[in-house]
Structures are given as C-alpha cells and as structure tokens.
Design a protein around this ligand. Structure first.
Ligand code: GLU
Length: 616
C-alpha cells in the first residue's frame, strides 16, 4: 500500500444591458408572422453579455446562456423557487441552446429540499421504442456506421424533458408548466442575438443539417449558418410552447405534437438532392403515451465528510464518480504534490470506468450492482491497484463489486469505453430558501439527430446511439445493448454536495463520458486542493476513461504537471475542450456564488438576484 494512502475515517447579466439587447428584437418583424425562423437583416447587434461569476443573495442561476440565466433569475426575483427557475431556464435553453437541449431530448434532474434536507432525483432519460431489440443498429449482420445511425429516425429516443419539467413542478415547484414556459416562448418569438459559439456550432453541422429541409429552413437561413450579430427567431418553437401552455404535456405525449414527432421519426423527410439515406425509426404514439419519468433515490457517497449526491443508473454518472471518490478517499490529495494528486485522480477515473463499462446499464433490464459499486469495501479493493510511481495500462479489466477481491488482482477481459457525444448542457439553480437544482439535459450530439420536427421548431435527439451497437467485447456481458423501451446508458452527472446536511455546492457539465471526469476533477480541485468552485471550473482539464491515452486540454500540454505524469507512464492526447461546467457554491454569511465557464464553449452566464460586493 502506498504511504500516501490514508485510512478512511469514515452579475446577473446586467439587466439593463440585457434589456438593451432584447430591445434590439423589437426591430425584427412582428412575432408569429413567419412559419419558420426569420433573421433580421438589420445591422449586427451585440450578443447578450455574459458574466461567469456572481456573488450575492436571494438566489442564483448558472447556465451556458445569458438569456436563459436571466429568465431563471427573474423567476426567483418574483418569488419562484429553485425548481420553478430551473424549469424556466431549461425551457429558455431550448431556445438559445437548441443544439444541446430542448423538448426533443432528455436529462437528469437532482433536487435538494432545504426544509427536509433530502435529495431527490428524476430520470428523464429517453427510451428506445417498445419494438426495439438488440439489433436496433445492426444491418446485414453489421453495426451501422455511427453517423449513419445518428442522422436518422433510428437514433431518436422517446423524449423525456417535457415530462421531467412537469413532474419536477408537480413535486416541488410552485408554478404551472404554462407559467414556466411563457418567458421562453417570448424569447423564441423575439429572438436572441447570435454569438460566435452558436454560429460555429451551426457551421460544424451545416452538411448534416442540409439533409433535412425542416432543419435547413430553421437553422440555415439562405443555406448558411446565421451570422454573428443577427437575430435568431424561432416562431415555430414559440407556437409549440404556446400549445403546451394551453394543452399541457399531453399535447406531446398523447396529442398532435407527438404525432408530428412519430411521423418524422418513421418517415424522415430528406432533401433528395443531398443523397442522404436516413434510416427510419419505429417510435409510435403508444411509445410516447407509455413514457414515464422515473423518480429514484440518488447515489450517495461520503467524501471527506461531505455527502455527495448524484444520479443512479440509467446514468453511469453517480456510480462512476462515486466509486472514483471512494477510491480517492484512500489517498491524501490535500498534501500530495500536484503531479501525485493528478495521478491519483486519473487512476481512480481509469478504474471506475473499467467497472462502469462492465456493470452499468438500465437497471430495469440489467442487474446493476449499484450499491456494491458504491461500497467503500469495493473501492478499497480497487484502490490497491494505484502505485505512486507508475501508471496503469488501459484497457483495464473490471473488478467484481459483488465479490470484492482481497488480493488486488488485475486480470480478466476489459470492457472498452465506447464512443459518446460530447455536448449537452447543465444548469444549476439555488433559491433564497436554500433549495437547489442541479440539472443536466441533452439531445446527445450537438444538433441531435439533425432532424427538426417540421413546423415545431425543435430538434429530435439521437440519444439511442448511446447504446452499444453490438456487444463491446465478445465473451463479456454488455449491459448497454438496445432493448424494448430501454434507456441507453448515460454519463450525465448532475451533482449536489451537502456538508452536515446543508447545501455546500452543486456542479455539472456536458461532455459525453468526459462529464464524469470533469465533475470529478472540479470536485477534487475544490474539496482537496482548496480552489474556489470558480477556480476549479476554470483550471485546465485532463480526462482518463480507461483509454490508452489520457485527454488533455491545450493549456495543460507542455506543463510541468504533464512532464511529471509522463515520467510515471501517463500518455496524453489533445482534446481542445473538455466539458463546460456550471455550479453554485454556498459561501459564509448566507452568500451564494454562481460560477460558469469563463472561456469554454464561449463562456457561461452566472447571476444572483441581489449582487453583493465586487462582482468579477
Ligand atoms: N449522451 C450523453 C450522455 O448521456 C450526453 C451528451 C453529451 O454530453 O454528449 O452521457
């Protein structure tokens, strides 16, 4: 055992500036006149300003979008609670982050109730159609090419986000769904000023968006990505939100919005000139009617006396991060050198991913040993693999959480980490009563399946490509194969941390499987290395997911830490950007600090209801 091992004892986007930006929308043509998005040919406007950190009282919101954060803050300012604000913010992200979220997708919602000190979760993950089987993505005995699967009706899961919003409001909110959708409806009508990130994300997807006329009409006006500084309006989405305000979630799960979804999934509408052959999907109105959000217990681990709560399977986020934290409980990261801290963090991630790949899938279909994966005994049996002066080799074989070994073996057939998308969005909200929401939502790839529901203004997810298309390794059970109404394994990791039963901080991120390492790195940088949440979100990231090479952001490459880690066997490969976190931290004196990315993904937007002191 390493000597380093220790036994475990057990500004607000300034309202006036934002209003000024919103004021630019009045120059655009009257709302609702056009059947699809219209783009003002007016002079370039300035995107709404973003502030990555805000400190104060009265509640806080952090998201990737200035407009969405501002809408959440307005809900809090007018007496709404964290759940009300989270739903309104999420609905607004459907407008300003349509490539990462929206009612065509799914996600995981974690809620801390300050009065009961309880943490609850909702699993709003998409499901496969009821007729799906293991061969969902197999044709002629071969797995489909990944992008052939993505840009198709086959990849579209039954969406869960809208029902998640309704259930969160029913359980813990104070406002109706209609009230919560209205600010986003107005935003969709008025539009927002296109920034570089939105432009670039559109440009990256231009080819596949052009396959589908409804998507091209909305997101490629004149055949091109919207110009930076133009106003992007989405009257179709505004009308969809209005219909949902009037008719409720049944309009999607049992009504005509749902029929439009299943129609396009079953019969993708492709531009013949594109030459694209979009496979059809089998989703039916009955699948939509049968969809259920799952309320389930959070994962919970004790890390250095803090209670860390996350999402249980169908996401692998809570179990994988929880196992890694339990492993790290056996090491003194606070007093370790920077290289040794990062080494332990990478090795704990590597081991936890080896176990995740073998054991985690949808628990309604697979025997997932959630409790055993989160036991300290199992983590101790895996922590012994870590030595201070050398790195483990990937792919590493999984352990058996139900029968933790005592001899620290490293044998068996590894289950590899299969590809996942790298985009989604995370929002964090706290209210003046101390309630907190940590919510990650997605449509999987940036731009999802690239299929917009005609006339409805939103993209459909490609979440089913998170399934393994064929068994990852012959002879090793794969818990993540498709099945009827099954949820594909996720990596989303919305997290809430309590200290002595009270809110301490919350965090989450996009980034596919790197979500787990992003949240783990932020958490350990904050808890062990003494960085504020703001600083922990900003530091250069590295990510090890039981792959031969560890991914590193550009700012890390060439550093003394890189050299130190390479000297003990680590090998790095460039990943230009890992994750895009947001979080909120409780500060002494009842203050809240909201933190978002300063740079990644164009920066995020943090705000509080009543700023206190100098705002960064
Ligand atoms: N589909 C991913 C997951 O559920 C999230 C999307 C992403 O970040 O790429 O883990």
């Amino acid at each position: 055992m390493s000597t380093r091992r220790v036994r475990r004892t057990a500004r607000l986007a300034p309202p006036l500036l934002l209003a000024a930006a919103l004021g630019a929308f009045s120059l655009a043509p009257a709302a609702g006149a056009a059947p699809v998005a219209a783009h003002a040919a007016a002079p370039a406007a300035v995107p709404a300003p973003k502030q990555p950190v805000a400190t104060g009282t009265g509640g806080a919101v952090a998201s990737v979008s200035a407009e969405a954060t501002d809408i959440g803050i307005e809900v809090l300012r007018h007496g709404g609670n964290a759940v009300d604000a989270a739903v309104a913010t999420a609905a607004a992200l459907g407008v300003t982050e349509p490539y990462s979220s929206g009612i065509g997708g799914g996600g995981y919602f974690v809620y801390y109730d300050a009065r009961s000190h309880r943490v609850s979760t909702l699993d709003g993950r998409e499901t496969a159609p009821g007729t799906a089987d293991q061969n969902l993505f197999v044709e002629n005995g071969q797995p489909l090419d990944f992008w052939t699967a993505v840009d198709s009706g086959r990849s579209v899961g039954v969406p869960g986000s809208l029902l998640t919003w309704q259930q969160a409001l029913d359980r813990w909110g104070t406002r109706s769904l209609a009230q919560s959708l209205r600010p986003a409806e107005r935003l969709a009508d008025k539009g927002f000023v296109v920034d570089q990130t939105f432009h670039d994300q559109t440009a990256q997807n231009q080819t596949r968006f052009s396959y589908f006329p409804a998507t091209a009409a909305l997101f490629l006006p004149g055949g091109q990505p919207p110009a930076v500084g133009s106003v992007f309006r989405n009257p179709d989405l505004a009308a969809t939100y209005r219909e949902l305000e009037r008719d409720g979630v049944d309009a999607l799960y049992r009504g005509d919005i749902g029929r439009d979804i299943t129609q396009v999934v079953q019969h993708p509408q492709v531009d013949p000139a594109s030459g694209w052959y979009a496979r059809s999907g089998a989703m039916t109105p009955a699948d939509l009617a049968a969809y259920r959000v799952r309320a389930q217990a959070p994962t919970e681990v004790d890390y250095r006396g803090l209670d860390v709560y996350g999402i249980a399977p169908s996401s692998s986020g809570g179990t994988t991060m929880g196992e890694a934290l339990n492993i790290l409980n056996d090491f003194d990261l606070k007093h370790a050198s920077s290289v040794q801290y990062l080494h332990d963090y990478l090795e704990a991630s590597r081991i936890a991913f080896a176990d995740r790949n073998r054991w985690v899938g949808d628990p309604r279909f697979e025997d997932v040993p959630t409790k055993a994966l989160l036991s300290q005994r199992f983590a101790d049996s895996r922590a012994c693999l870590i030595t201070p002066d050398s790195s483990l080799t990937s792919p590493l074989a999984p352990g058996d959480p139900l029968h933790p070994s005592s001899g620290c073996p490293n044998a068996g057939t590894p289950a590899p980490t299969t590809p996942e998308g790298t985009h989604t969005t995370h929002l964090t909200v706290a209210d003046k009563w101390g309630d907190v929401v940590s919510y990650t939502l997605t449509i999987e790839q940036t731009g999802g399946s690239a299929m917009t529901v005609p006339g409805r203004g939103f993209l459909l997810n490609n979440e089913l490509t998170d399934f393994d298309f064929t068994p990852a390794v012959a002879g090793v059970p794969d818990p993540n194969l498709p099945g009827p109404s099954k949820r594909p394994r996720s990596s989303m990791s919305p997290t809430i941390v309590l200290k002595n039963g009270r809110f301490d901080f919350a965090v989450g991120s996009p980034g596919g499987a790197s979500i787990i390492t992003t949240v783990l790195q932020v958490l350990t940088e904050h808890v062990d290395r003494g960085l504020s949440l703001e600083q922990a979100i900003a530091v250069p990231r590295i990510s090890q997911r039981n792959l031969a090479l560890t991914e590193a952001e550009p700012a890390f490459l060439g550093s003394a830490d890189e050299a130190g880690l390479e000297a003990i066997g680590e090998s790095f490969t460039l990943n230009p950007e890992i994750g895009a976190a947001t979080g909120i931290q409780a500060l002494p004196g009842g203050l809240l600090q909201a933190a978002a990315e300063p740079v990644r993904r164009g920066g995020g937007a943090a705000a509080v209801v009543r700023p206190v002191g100098p705002q960064n």
